[in-house]
Each structure stands twice: as C-alpha cells, then as structure tokens.
Design a protein around this ligand. Structure first.
Ligand code: NCD
Length: 304
C-alpha cells in the first residue's frame, strides 16, 4: 500500500506514467467511468479548500466511486479534541482511500502511519502540497511539450507557499531547470528548501525581489498568493500582500510563449484583465488537476 505524502514519494517515471494516464483519461473518459465502482474516497479537510477538495471528489465520482467526508474541522470530532491519528483510524473503517488537508505540517504523515489504506496529502500547513504539484506538472508538460530545459520564475510568497516547495522538489529532478525565485526579503524560500532541494540537485537558482528585471527570461511564471493565514502579524501581511501585481504592461516584456500559472485562489496578484491573455494558464491548471487526481486514485488503489 502506497501513500502520497511528499512529491518525492513518486519517482519521475511514476510521474510520467500518471501524466500519460491523465492524458488517456482526457481522451477516453468513458473507459474510466466504472473503474472505482463500490470504492469510497474520504476527504478530511481541516482547512478551507475549493479546488483541491472538489477536484478530488469530482475525480472519484467520474471514476464511478463515491465520496464522504467533512470540509471543516469544526464539524468533525477534532472540535472535541480527537487526534488526527484517531480520526484517520476511524475513517479508514469506512473508506478505501483518504485525502487529508491540515494546518499542521506532518499531519497527513501521522494519518498514513495509523491506517491500512492509502493516504494523500492535500496540503499540510506551509509544508507541501504534492497533488497541486501533479496538476502543475501536467500543465507544464501540456503547455511546453517538455519537462526539461526551461527557466521557471516563482513569484510571491515563497516562504509559506506549500505549492512552491513541492514544485521546486519535483522540477529540480529534471535536466536543465533554472529557477528564479522572486520575492520580498521576508518571504524568501526557507533555508532548508534551498539546502535540501535546490543545492542538492542539478538545477540552478537565483533570487531576486525584482520581477520586471527577470521577466524577459522566463518560460514559466508561477504566481502565488501571500498566505495571510500563516502570518503572525496582520500588519506584515498588509505591508507585503500587494508586492507583485501582474499587469498587461508588465507582460509586454515577457516571452510570447510564457506560461502564466497560479495554484489559485488569487487575490490581487493577477487582475482579471490578464485572464484573456493566451499565456494565462491557471484555469487550465484547475482542469488538469481533476484528471491527474483521477490517475493518482487509480494508481494508489491499484486499479488496472
Ligand atoms: C493552494 C494551497 O492550498 O496551498 N491552493 C490550492 O490548493 N490550489 C494555494 C493557496 O492557498 O494559495
């Protein structure tokens, strides 16, 4: 039995297979309509979510399975003081696969250590978000036609943004990747991510606070929201939240085949006027998210 807690739980070969499976699902949805009949997915969301939770639920429904779960901690026994381990153990009696989002880093791992069914990390605090990364990778593959030799700018809250950490982990394993980390000083990528991931691999990286200076070099621009809920001081959040706002004018300096991504939800960092730019891919990313989660469910449930 395998779980997905960290994107490195999957080899690049397994990621390639998941992407190929997702592409096959997109082309032949009927083939998959019954694959998870009588299987149940439990989604335990202790933190707000729109895309991740609903795309998992839609994914399971499209595979012919069913879903159960809760979307806020207050409606579960966590409100009475139950531990993550006990909640997970309980739900594993009712479901075949468990998806969990939690504000505490490591909570999905604790769940996985306590249940006999596969567990998927749907975001743990400011740590990791491997299934968003799978959606991101499928988007990059679809838009660029390759996973190597490109310059990826990640912009915004690189400190608390868990999707950033997982994406860095995943993309650093491909050849010829250059990361440009664009953030204010206070929101730089944590030191441990730099030493464990960026300095350990074959990728290269530079840090800057100036988006415009690097815009012409980028093949992918991954924008992020400043993660308000992880700030200790509201005043710091207010000071930093609008550091980067993409505008049509700024995009004039970008490559014509730039891929603009964002895990969503966006706040002010991408105004809606950008949505009609053919380079804007964040709503495509949402769609890919459902298909890659379908592929992941099939893999973890060992369905043919
Ligand atoms: C992200 C998350 O939850 O980390 N959202 C998502 O799952 N697509 C990004 C964010 O909340 O900013």
């Amino acid at each position: 039995m395998k779980s997905l807690i960290d994107i490195l739980d999957l080899s690049t070969k397994e990621i390639d297979e998941l992407m190929a499976c997702a592409e096959d699902i997109i082309s032949n949805p009927d083939k998959y309509a019954d694959k998870c009949r009588r299987r149940k997915l439990a989604s335990l969301f202790f933190e707000p979510s729109t895309r991740t939770r609903l795309s998992f639920e839609a994914a399971m429904i499209e595979l012919g399975g069913s879903v159960l779960g809760f979307s806020e901690a207050q409606s579960s026994s966590a409100a009475k003081g139950e531990s993550v381990a006990d909640t997970a153990r309980t739900v594993s009696a009712f479901a075949d696969i468990l998806v969990i989002r939690h504000p505490l880093e490591g909570a999905p791992l604790v769940a996985a250590m306590n249940v006999p069914i596969p567990v998927i990390n749907a975001g743990d605090g400011g740590h990791n978000h491997p299934t968003q990364t799978l959606a991101d990778l499928l988007t990059i593959q679809a838009e660029k036609g390759r996973m190597n030799h490109m310059t990826i700018g990640l912009c915004g809250d690189l400190k608390f943004g868990r999707t950033v950490h997982s994406l860095l982990q995943a993309m650093s394993r491909y050849d010829g990747i250059e990361f440009i980390l664009i953030s204010p000083d206070e929101l730089k990528v944590p030191e441990h991510v730099k030493t464990d991931i960026l300095e350990a691999g074959t990728c290269s990286y530079t840090e800057t606070s100036n988006l415009m200076e690097v815009m012409p070099e980028l093949d992918v621009l991954y924008m992020t929201r400043v993660q308000r809920e992880r700030f200790i001081s509201e005043a710091d959040y207010v000071r930093l939240k609008d550091t980067y706002i993409l505008t049509p004018d700024k995009l004039k300096a970008a490559k014509s085949d730039l891929t603009i991504m964002h895990p969503l939800p966006r706040v002010n960092e991408i105004p809606t006027i950008i949505d009609s730019d053919p380079r804007a891919c964040y709503f495509k990313q949402v769609r890919y998210g459902k298909y890659i989660r379908m592929a992941l469910i099939l893999k973890l449930l060992e369905v043919d």
